[in-house]
Design a protein around this ligand. Structure first.
Ligand SMILES: Nc1nc2c(ncn2[C@@H]2O[C@H](COP(=O)(O)OP(=O)(O)OP(=O)(O)O)[C@@H](O)[C@H]2O)c(=O)[nH]1
Ligand SMILES: [Mg+2]
Length: 221
């Protein structure tokens, strides 16, 4: 049983000043609106409706915190971030999302890694690149889930993964051509509906949250 299975909704915030004051680690799920963030959280936590997944884009508009428990002990958090790139919102809302996401990603000490959900049919877009650019300077790892890969055939999947890994090289010169994996910028195929890539994604999130080697920079605040 994964350590992610005992997850419960904790809190929702709309302002970086209201983020939980906690020493616990957290992993954030970011991505375009409708990319499949909430679905990925649900399937990784083995729950149907923990995070609210919806056909209506722009559904997750706040930062939602989910607590991970062992019995009654709260161990860490998963964080569902508001989706970006949703056209039908006004300028002010877009501005607010931008500020919220950039502040959170760049400044949140408790955040140990970002899972970036990218629709495998679409690949990395300009807005995804913006997220990567905000996060890379923190030195923390990014793992890309190429979501909805059930919609692609085998060779399309292969090409989608290769293309993303190639794109990531510009941010990390240590990432070798094609198939190589860098520690800080990794990518995999994923499908919530067909449960593809679950174990690989689960391992990464668990490693970031709980493994000793990532604990070296203990949070002091
Ligand atoms: N075929 C397929 N559909 C998926 C998959 N993951 C999510 N979807 C569908 O895509 C739509 C959006 O999924 P959500 O998980 O709500 O996306 P989100 O990124 O949380 O969206 P926002 O909250 O708007 O930012 C829903 O209709 C899901 O059922 C997948 O792996 N395969
Ligand atoms: Mg959502």
């Amino acid at each position: 049983m994964s350590k992610l299975f005992q997850a419960r909704f904790a809190t929702t915030v709309n302002d970086t000043h209201c983020l939980p004051a906690t020493p616990l680690r957290e992993v954030a799920f970011a991505g375009r609106s409708n990319a499949g963030k909430s679905s990925a959280i649900n399937v990784l936590c083995n729950q149907k409706r923990l995070a609210f997944a919806s056909k209506t884009p722009g559904r997750t508009q706040h930062i939602n915190y989910f607590g991970l428990f062992a019995k009654d002990d709260l161990l860490a958090y998963l964080v569902d971030l508001p989706g970006y790139g949703y056209a039908a919102v006004n300028h002010e809302t877009k501005y607010h999302w931008n500020a919220l996401l950039s502040d959170y990603l760049q400044e949140r000490e408790q955040l140990v890694g970002m899972v970036l959900i990218v629709d495998s049919r679409r690949g990395i877009t300009d807005l995804d690149e913006q997220m990567i650019q905000w996060f890379v300077p923190t030195g923390k790892p990014i793992h890309i889930l190429l979501s909805k890969c059930d919609k692609l055939n085998k060779s399309e999947c292969k090409h989608a993964l290769e293309a993303v890994r190639k794109q990531l090289q510009q941010y990390d010169p240590a990432l070798p051509d094609g198939n190589g994996e860098s520690k800080k910028l990794t990518a995999q195929l994923f499908s919530s509906t067909k449960r593809i890539g679950l174990e690989e994604a689960d391992n990464i999130v668990i490693k970031w949250l709980f493994e000793a080697e990532t604990q070296e920079d203990e949070i002091t605040s």
